[in-house]
Design a protein around this ligand. Structure first.
Ligand SMILES: C[S@@+](CC[C@H](N)C(=O)[O-])C[C@H]1O[C@@H](n2cnc3c(N)ncnc32)[C@H](O)[C@@H]1O
Ligand code: SF4
Ligand code: SF4
Length: 314
């Protein structure tokens, strides 16, 4: 099914490219804040200087959200921790009847917040973890691995007791340091009884070096099948695609309102197509800058994308 959708998406792309985009984005990612309670080793935050920190105000959130009445998939997080935002539950409930997903480091979620999550319209919550306590200390630079496990277990139990449809998952960024321990990650998913687990390829655009994890990932996929754990392997963006779909089907909005092509380019200082708090998204989506970027990505490698795994493979 995914393959069919991919093919369809590529067909549409080939009709649409290289200039105007007649469709509106189907995926919207809103960075609610770029503040974070952690400082993970591999996080994009370490690889460029963030000049301004802040929270997207609820008023500005409304100004943005109202411009996307038809968008289906919403991701309410960016280069920070969304559960630090005091209005995060108001933001989630704005998108009732949509597919709303948050990826979180899970540490700010107390019991009261867990209740709110289970009773909200959030479709999926994904917890970023590592394979074990020692590796978590190394990559996430935190000693709170067991606290995180407690938080996830608490939410899973609450969800199960409340007949909620919330999807709960965990993810790991595959690195040289943890690739031999990916089976521990599968065991963790099983122990926590989450719905599925994801191995995320590191975004070497920022990380600086590519990481070869293919052998370990394929062994782990086999192991997960034997142990009845649903496991995905997510590459950024998708291996083998000739044209990156991001500037055609998705959009990323920073906490300041800047529009960038994707979550791999979350710094408005590096690239942005305009600010939705100053100009309508409708105008920005097909302005000259966006069109030029689409044309470039259809024909080659835009400078800012150099190092992105999609480009690296071609
Ligand atoms: C940037 S974080 C923001 C949300 C939240 N703070 C968290 O850690 O889940 C979003 C996801 O990106 C992952 N991530 C961090 N650094 C990465 C990298 N260099 N390449 C790919 N994914 C990365 C995190 O593990 C997390 O799952
Ligand atoms: S990966 Fe998430 S938790 Fe870690 S520093 Fe980045 S934004 Fe914060
Ligand atoms: S960095 Fe460029 S190639 Fe990579 S996902 Fe973003 S737009 Fe696509």
């Amino acid at each position: 099914m995914t393959k069919l959708l991919d093919l369809l998406e590529m067909k549409i792309l080939s009709i649409l490219h290289p200039k105007k985009c007649w469709n509106k984005p189907i995926r919207l990612q809103i960075e609610t804040t770029n503040y974070c309670n952690l400082n993970c080793k591999m996080c994009l935050r370490n690889f460029f200087k963030i000049k301004r920190f802040g929270f997207l105000s609820y008023d500005n959130f409304l100004k943005i959200a109202k411009q996307f009445p038809r968008v289906r998939h919403i991701e309410l997080y960016g280069l920070g921790e969304s559960f630090l935002h005091k209005d995060i539950f108001k933001m989630i409930s704005y998108f009732k009847n949509k597919d709303v997903k948050i990826t979180t480091n899970g540490l700010p979620i107390n019991k009261n917040m867990a209740e709110k999550i289970v009773n909200s319209n959030l479709t999926q919550i994904n917890f970023s973890v590592d394979a074990n306590e020692e590796l978590y200390k190394q990559s996430r630079r935190s000693v709170l691995f067991n606290k995180l496990k407690e938080n996830i277990s608490y939410l899973v139990n609450l969800r199960n007791n409340n007949n909620s449809k919330l999807i709960i998952s965990i993810s790991i960024v595959a690195l040289e340091t943890n690739k031999q321990y990916l089976k521990d990650f599968v065991n963790l998913a099983s122990e926590l009884n989450v719905d599925h687990a994801t191995i995320q390829e590191v975004n070497s655009l920022w990380y600086g070096k590519s990481v070869n994890v293919e052998k370990e990932v394929s062994e782990t996929l086999k192991y997960s099948k034997e142990n009845n754990v649903k496991l995905n392997y997510v590459r950024n963006p998708v291996k083998g695609k000739k044209i990156c779909p991001e500037p055609f089907f998705g959009t990323y909005i920073t906490w300041e309102g800047y529009v960038t092509p994707c979550c791999m380019l979350p710094s408005s200082d590096q690239i942005n197509f305009g600010n939705v708090l100053e100009k309508s998204f409708k105008k920005i989506w097909n302005n000259l800058k966006y069109q030029k970027f689409r044309r470039k990505i259809s024909r080659g490698v835009p400078e800012v994308c150099r190092g992105c795994p999609l480009i690296r493979r071609e």
